[in-house]
Design a protein around this ligand. Structure first.
Ligand SMILES: Cc1cc2nc3c(=O)[nH]c(=O)nc-3n(C[C@H](O)[C@H](O)[C@H](O)COP(=O)(O)OP(=O)(O)OC[C@H]3O[C@@H](n4cnc5c(N)ncnc54)[C@H](O)[C@@H]3O)c2cc1C
Length: 288
């Protein structure tokens, strides 16, 4: 069910849901509209044109994907950002295209739980978006109701971690736990200060605790030493598709845990990821 259909929740139902997620439900508009007639803002358009190719900037746009082709729908509708700043507002069509109709800026597992239940109740086209790095655009869709996970940040080092529900014999001496919105540069910056190494990608903007580990986590500097990203996950805090808040590890929801380490998603929504940490060491990297 997508916005505009009779099955879509009405204004009162949307308002009631919005209050349950701390007023963090937003109706989408194409972010490129600041370059187009009707919504033209010269300074904002100029900023967009100048920075549209920078991953760190795209991350700040709630709906932007890293590859703009994913922002267009199957009919080719979308909102193209020009390569140069237009002197006059553009008059071509600027539509949501492949972007969602509504999104939730989730900040707690409870927000995600409420959102999943709301989406199920109205059969909404649910998508989960972190950084928008997905090559095939699975974190966006035309008419979707999207849960954003990129607010789940923060990293903490845990000594003697025992996954929930596991015997004490299953423990690790050093674990880096972080929110599902943590990206590679967060991990590298914090790890350097803590004298540890854990998994990550070559690209500093990739969502390590989002799609990266769930898709396997293939390409990064430490994979030859410590295995793929998914091999380093000891536990996920998750919200299940029925809205239940729980964990997935080798002892609890072990099938789900297996699927979330390379299955590509989205079997559940991760809110926190526990990564095995390794002691840092001196190394020389030689690039031929
Ligand atoms: C420019 C670029 C550079 C890249 N560099 C590397 C690299 O160096 N090494 C490497 O191995 N890979 C790299 N990748 C691939 C990248 O790791 C994957 O695309 C990964 O899935 C991105 O995850 P994300 O959360 O950042 O992106 P998103 O597009 O936000 O999410 C990707 C997928 O994961 C799902 N997802 C996200 N968060 C959650 C969550 N919390 N719970 C459940 N599902 C979730 C989304 O629904 C979507 O299906 C790169 C991709 C790009 C575009």
């Amino acid at each position: 069910c997508t916005a505009g259909s009779s099955c879509f929740p009405n204004a009162d139902e949307l308002a009631s849901f919005n209050s349950s997620v701390g007023e963090q439900l937003f109706k989408s508009s194409p972010y490129g509209s600041v370059c187009y007639e009707g919504s033209f803002e010269a300074a904002a358009c100029s900023n967009l044109v100048a920075n549209k190719g920078i991953a760190g900037f795209r991350e700040t746009l709630p709906l932007a994907m890293m590859f703009v082709n994913n922002e267009f729908d199957s009919e080719g509708n979308g909102c193209l950002i020009p390569d140069t700043v237009p002197s006059e507002p553009l008059t071509e069509a600027c539509a949501l295209g492949g972007l969602p109709s509504y999104y939730v800026n989730a900040t707690t597992p409870e927000d995600i739980s409420s959102s999943v239940k709301f989406a199920a109740k109205y059969n909404l086209r649910l998508r989960v978006k972190n950084t928008g790095h997905d090559y095939t655009g699975r974190s966006t869709d035309h008419g979707a109701f999207t849960i954003r996970t990129s607010n789940f940040r923060g990293l903490e080092l845990i000594d003697d971690f025992i996954p929930n529900g596991c015997p004490k014999s299953v423990h690790r001496t050093s674990v880096l736990a972080g929110g599902a919105g943590v990206v590679a540069r967060d991990i590298y910056n914090v790890s350097a200060g803590l004298g540890i190494i854990t998994t990550g990608g070559y690209s500093s903007s990739v969502g390590v605790n989002g799609g990266f580990v769930q898709g396997g986590g293939a390409a990064g500097p430490w994979q030859p030493l410590f295995g793929m990203g998914a091999d380093n996950v000891l536990q996920y805090d998750v919200v299940l598709t029925d809205g239940t808040i729980t964990v997935a590890n080798d002892c609890v929801n072990s099938d789900l845990f297996w699927a979330m380490r390379g299955g590509g998603g989205v079997f559940a929504i991760a809110t926190k990821v526990y990564l095995e940490a390794h002691a840092a060491f001196q190394a020389v990297n030689v690039v031929a």
